[in-house]
Design a protein around this ligand. Structure first.
Ligand SMILES: [Zn+2]
Length: 133
């Protein structure tokens, strides 16, 4: 269990969370224009088609930007500091807000290659995070 706030799983995002529980990073993939997007939404943000499908991503990307938190975002995070909050640009194109898991904060940098890891925080919620590749 965790005392941290958790994502609200709904009908639109349930496949994403089911994939994460199985160790798969799923992204919406548009069959019309061939591009990926994230977060999931009814229409493809690139071409407005409504025919996208979930597809497994490579789990690879680079750090687009990041910050190192030295004060937790509320009491639930105070024991985690310092921790890295980042936007990772996935190899498939979309950017995802996440945490970078590392013991070497001095190695964190923009454009650092990273790969996905999965943090099972409850029976229902597994969070995709990233580590240096
Ligand atoms: Zn599209």
């Amino acid at each position: 269990m965790t005392n941290k706030p958790l994502p609200q799983i709904d009908v639109e995002t349930a496949p994403f969370w089911a994939g994460a529980r199985e160790g798969k990073l799923l992204l919406p993939h548009c069959g019309d224009c061939g591009r990926y997007h994230f977060y999931p939404r009814a229409l493809c943000p690139h071409c407005r088609a409504d025919g996208w499908q979930w597809a497994e991503a490579s789990g690879r990307g680079v750090i687009h930007t990041y910050t190192i938190a030295h004060r937790g975002a509320g009491p639930a995070f105070k024991d985690d500091v310092p921790y890295v909050v980042a936007i990772v640009e996935l190899a498939e194109g979309p950017r995802m807000m996440t945490n970078i898991v590392t013991d070497d904060l001095s190695g964190i940098a923009v454009d650092l290659p990273v790969r996905v890891v999965f943090d099972a925080v409850t029976d229902e919620v597994t969070l995709p995070k990233f580590e240096p590749a």
